[in-house]
Design a protein around this ligand. Structure first.
Ligand SMILES: [Zn+2]
Length: 249
């Protein structure tokens, strides 16, 4: 937890100086700029000189790529001031990470300008989407119609649950849990289970996906502690939706 001094790492070693800034390697930096398509993912500014690397967990020594995101100086300040919430930053990173990974794989498979991709097949209904790749500045990939990613509120709720899981796993580490943890694991497990990437899963399976992630949250140490005290681990979708509609999008 923040300010608790020693931070337990997944390998179980407590680091003495968790806040010590380490420079991001040139390779990691290059990957991050590619992932962001040399643009600020929040405001779209494409001036490379204005782009900076932000540490998502605010720990300047944690230089794993999952913890880093390219943002412009302006949006970086907004993150620092809390005007862009940690949940928004996290969701944006997940989106960049997975969108970029997917587009790379597609680019490898085909050099044609336009490919038809089966985004997810759900029982008999197959949803597909045309993605343009190989252009100088490829358009940001959109989630296929009928996918969870295409529904702003449902996608937001899934992001919210995933964020909750990551937060609880981080808390578990502070309780001394040595279970190895990576941000990608949850997504790869979901992909194996649902045969589609998280936000490409058909919207008909939204509840099933939510139940799965909720189950993961409930099984964390923090999740079990809360349940034993009857503290809810997350808002219901209805509560989340009401709040989103109330405050606008
Ligand atoms: Zn920006």
């Amino acid at each position: 937890m923040k300010g608790s001094g020693n931070i337990s790492q997944p390998d179980g070693k407590a680091r003495k100086h968790p806040k010590q800034r380490k420079s991001v390697s040139a390779l990691t930096s290059k990957k991050l700029f590619q992932e962001a398509d040399n643009r600020c993912p929040f405001c779209g500014v494409a001036d490379v000189a204005a782009l900076e690397i932000h540490h998502i967990d605010e720990n300047p020594s944690n230089n794993i790529i999952e913890n880093l995101i390219v943002v412009c100086g302006n949006c970086h300040s907004k993150i620092t001031r809390g005007e862009i919430s940690p949940a928004d930053v996290h969701a944006k990173k997940m989106e960049l990470f997975w969108t970029h990974k997917t587009s790379l794989r597609r680019a490898e498979k085909s050099s044609v300008q336009s490919v038809n991709v089966n985004a997810a097949s759900v029982s008999d209904s197959i949803i597909a989407n045309t993605v343009n790749i190989g252009r100088k500045r490829s358009p940001r990939m959109q989630y296929p119609a009928d996918s969870i990613g295409a529904d702003t509120i449902k996608k937001g709720y899934v992001d919210y649950l995933i964020k909750r899981y990551f937060d609880y796993r981080q808390t578990d580490a502070s309780y001394g849990s040595l279970r190895p943890f990576s941000h990608a694991e949850l997504h790869t497990t979901i992909q194996r289970k649902f045969k589609a990437k998280t936000f490409f899963i058909h919207v008909a399976r939204f509840e099933e996906l939510c139940d799965y992630i909720k189950g993961r949250v409930d099984q964390t140490i923090q999740g079990r502690r809360n349940r034993s005290r009857s503290v809810p681990n997350y808002d219901s979708f209805e509560e989340y939706e009401t709040e989103q509609l109330q405050y606008g999008r």
